[in-house]
Structures are given as C-alpha cells and as structure tokens.
Design a protein around this ligand. Structure first.
Ligand code: GLU
Ligand code: MG
Length: 470
C-alpha cells in the first residue's frame, strides 16, 4: 500500500515527480490524454480536477490547486461555513496517488487517479479523507492488525435522460429477465471493470425496479475505497453511454427499497510466518470469531448510532433506513440476518477462514467511502482496546418483536433522522479523538446544512433532490 507522509518534503516531491514522468509515459502508450484526480467530499460526492497527461509530473510533485471550501459543499452545491472551513480564501494542493492511477476503460482517453490533499507548506490536509483512512490503517497496523474491506455497489437504472426515475428494466426482482433486457449494457460494464483492474465477484438484479448490484473482491481499506469510486464512475459512464442514467441515491424514489452501500469488513492478525489470519473465523467466540474479532465487532456495534452520521449521511438516508427493507434499521447483530445493522457473514464451511466478515448494512452510497472506513476502523480499534464482547445474536427481523422484547434483548432502533445521528456523533469522544476536531465539526456542519436545506421537503422532494447527486 502506498504511504501518505504527514508532510511532503523536497525528496518526496522529487521522487513523486520522477515516478509520475514514468507513469505518464506508460499511460501515453495506452492512449491516455488526461488524468482525472478525484476526491470524495463530506457530502459523498466525487469531485475532480483534471490534468492533461503531460502535466501529471508537475501535479505529482507540486499538486493542483483547489479551494478548501469543497469540504463544506452540500449535495446541491450550496456552500456552508463551519468553524474550521469556510470563506473563499486558501488553497490546497491535490496530489495524484501514483500507485493507483489506471486508465478508465469506460472513458477512453482518460485515466483515474485518487488524490490526496496537502497544504501549500506540504502538511497533509486534516480533512483529507483518504489520508485519514491511511492514518487509521497505520494505527491498526501498529497493534499488529490489518483490515480487509469491500463496498457493495447498488444502483438503479433509469431510461432516458429525464430527472424523473423511469426504471430501465421491467423484469422482476432478481429476475433473469432484467439481465436479458439490458445484457449489452451489463456486459460492457463487466468488460470495462475488468479492463480497469477491478475484480468483480458478482452482478445481480436487485429488489427495486431497475436496480442492480455489483460486489467486488476485498482489499486493503484504502484500496477498497478507491475501488468503490472507480466502480461507481464506471457504472455511471457506461450507463450514460447506453442513453440511461444511474442513481446511487440512498432512496431513488420515496416509496421503494433504497440503494444500500453495505461495507464488508474483516480483521486480520499479521503473521509473517504463516500469513495473515482472519480474526473473524477459527476462534472460540460467537459464530467462530476469535476474542479479538468479537471485540472489534462489538466496538462497531456499540457506535453504530454515531457512525450513521458518516455512513448514512444524507437526509434521504433516513427514508431508506426503515425496518423490514433489508437496510438494517436496528442496532443489533446476527449471523446472516439481513435486518440486523451488523450482519455476520460466516461464509461456507471449509472456506470460513478466508470468507468470514462483518457486513455493515445500515451504510449507504451517499457515504464518503474513505471516511466510512476510517470511522469503522476507529470504532473497531476501540472495541479491541476495551476487550468488548457482543450481546446475544439476533436471529429474527427485530421489527417483528414488540417493544418489550426488543428492550429485553437490548435492541434499539438506530437514529431515525440525520439530525438525531449527528447529535450522537458529536457527543462521541472515540470518533472525535480518531478523526479530529476539524472533521467532526465539518461533518456536523455539512449534515446540519443538508437537514436545513431539506427541512420542509416531502419524501418525494427529498428523493428528487438526492436522486442524481451521488
Ligand atoms: N437495497 C437494500 C438496502 O437498501 C439491500 C438489499 C440487500 O440486502 O442486498 O440496503
Ligand atoms: Mg444488495
């Protein structure tokens, strides 16, 4: 994994410039003419500055200028102002991550480079989500652990280019008919993802009208977040090429099942002799977790209400997060329980040591994937440090229990609005320590800004305002 220095020095710049020159030569040979440097903002929108290929070397050494204001953009591009970020003054430098530059098969002539933001004096920007995630992986590594992660990508395909949602396929949920209706589109999607270097595990029609899902192989956390961006932009580009639109909104229409952005996460003990060992399997804890795996899971479970401010970050997220929609609206865990916010995925007997993982179901695609993983790792690390244990697993849809039974089993509904989630998030010292004051204040400012923006909107209006933004 590439390293992100806390401060860029002269040597770093020289080395990055030299490597970029080499990368640019290779990419030119692959007909690349421009590189899109992307970062994901606090609202979960991927933003970009692009450079012609002959400027990659300069961009790698010195960065590309951009305003820090993007950290306080709302989903409709209005700009709010927080205690740490706001106002038109200031400049950050966006540096392409050379290890992850790939030609964008879906956008011929373009390459994609995730970017990291530094100040003009070379200090890493405290709100750079990719750098924050890097810091969390280093902290975990210092304790002898690494994590593997993957984002499931759900999206809904709309026919034509109108703003209303018109399902582009009529076939039923999980129906083969939907594949037949859109076979050339889906085939190109798989081809382009493969050419871009993404390992797709599965593609399927999802429950809602015109909805599909792609799952990809687990990677190190930063790689998983980079891949989530790459997959989404590939889906978007191929969908547009076929005269349709892709919605990654948590709630495409007010009255249907939404798009989830489930996170798969496992914890691995570093072992130089035998290779990393999955703490989610082969142990004596619940569902075969080791005591460490259990503690990590319990750390996440305990903080789910606060984590929602990062993982379910839109007003529309709370239209999605309703009981009995497979979105995980209750703070509980259970093996293979699709109504538990934390589902334990055991894997098939025989490959559990590789496959067992946690699935955080309550997160959605409006989340910044870097921030989402940084916050999850911080919560898990706190669980490890405290040696937490899990409560009894839940094996039913919690919505089918009455209030008394839920209380007796310690199952609480997750916050039902963005404002409620933000209040818990702001009061959470573990996340504040891990992410830093500037991140907590900026996240809260942006969330409140969105809540205010949509305060009087009906669910239909919220869905319409969010539908094409992520
Ligand atoms: N679309 C559902 C959601 O909003 C998830 C369906 C599934 O379990 O894959 O999270
Ligand atoms: Mg799904």
């Amino acid at each position: 994994m590439d390293q992100i220095p806390a401060t860029l020095g002269g040597n770093d710049r020289a080395q990055m410039g030299a490597r970029a020159a080499e990368t640019a030569r290779r990419l030119t040979g692959q007909d690349v003419v421009a590189v899109a440097l992307t970062w994901v903002d606090v609202s979960g929108i991927t933003r970009t500055k692009t450079v012609p290929i002959n400027r990659l070397e300069h961009a790698a050494a010195w960065g590309v200028g951009m305003s820090p204001l993007f950290d306080v953009f709302l989903l409709d591009d209005t700009i709010v102002s927080g205690r740490h970020i706001g106002g038109p003054v200031g400049d950050l430098r966006l540096h392409p991550v050379l290890d992850r530059v790939v030609p964008f098969a879906a956008l011929p002539g373009w390459a994609h480079a995730p970017a990291v933001r530094f100040a003009q004096d070379g200090a890493v920007h405290p709100l750079d989500a990719r750098a924050l995630l890097y810091r969390e992986t280093v902290r975990l590594g210092e304790e002898g652990w690494e994590a593997r992660a993957a984002f499931e990508i759900e999206w809904a395909v709309s026919a034509g280019d109108g703003d209303a949602f018109v399902p582009a396929a009529r076939g039923p949920a999980y129906g083969m008919a939907r594949i037949s209706e859109l076979a050339p589109y889906l085939r190109e999607l798989l081809t382009d993802l493969a050419q871009t270097g993404v390992t797709v595990l599965q593609l399927h029609p999802e429950y809602a009208a015109g909805q599909f899902e792609i799952s990809v192989a687990a990677e190190d956390p930063i790689g998983a977040a980079d891949t989530a961006v790459l997959v989404r932009e590939t889906v978007r580009a191929v969908t547009l090429r076929h005269g349709m639109r892709a919605s990654f909104s948590p709630k495409v229409e007010a009255d249907t099942v939404g798009n989830g952005g489930h996170v798969h996460l496992s914890l691995w003990r570093r072992d130089v002799v035998n290779g990393p060992a999955n703490a989610m399997a082969g142990g004596a804890g619940p569902c075969g977790m080791s005591a460490y795996g259990e503690a990590f899971a319990a750390g996440i479970l305990r903080r789910l209400p606060a984590l929602l401010a990062i993982g379910a970050p839109a007003v529309a997220s709370y239209l999605r997060l309703t009981p009995s929609h497979w979105a995980g609206a209750y703070a509980c865990w259970g093996p293979e329980n699709r109504e538990a916010a934390l589902r334990f995925v055991s894997g098939v007997q025989g490959e559990r040591d590789q496959a067992a993982n946690l699935e955080i179901k309550c997160f959605d695609p409006a989340a910044n994937p870097y921030l989402a993983l940084a916050a999850l790792l911080a919560a898990g690390r706190d669980g490890l440090a405290a040696g937490l244990t899990l409560p009894e697993p839940v094996g039913v849809d919690p919505a089918t229990l009455d209030d008394g039974e839920r209380t007796a089993r310690g199952i609480a509904p997750l916050p039902s609005s963005l404002d409620a989630a933000v209040a818990v998030f702001e009061a959470d010292d573990v996340l504040r320590d891990a992410l830093g004051e500037a991140v907590v204040d900026t996240v809260a400012t942006v969330r409140r800004g969105e809540a205010e923006l949509l305060a009087d909107a009906t669910p239909e209006e919220v869905a319409a305002a969010t539908r094409w933004r992520h």
